[in-house]
Write a protein that binds this ligand. Structure first.
Ligand SMILES: [Zn+2]
Length: 64
């Protein structure tokens, strides 16, 4: 299924849900990133976020 990747701002096949934008007044939105951007920006899929996450996109910490 095609969806919008918010990182490279284009359509992509099977984007990954990486965040939820909470908007005070009005509907919130879901943030998707394509697999290439998840890889490039080390985004964490929303399903891997810790429980205390507010839904904003998280980036994997680079391990040294
Ligand atoms: Zn992308």
């Amino acid at each position: 299924m095609k969806g919008w990747c918010s990182w490279h701002e284009g359509y992509a096949e099977d984007p990954v849900l990486v965040g939820v934008v909470e908007v005070g007044s009005g509907p919130g939105g879901s943030l998707y990133a394509c697999r290439d951007c998840v890889e490039a920006y080390r985004l964490k899929p929303l399903s891997d976020h810790p429980e205390e996450s507010d839904g904003s996109p998280l980036y994997e910490q680079r391990r040294s």
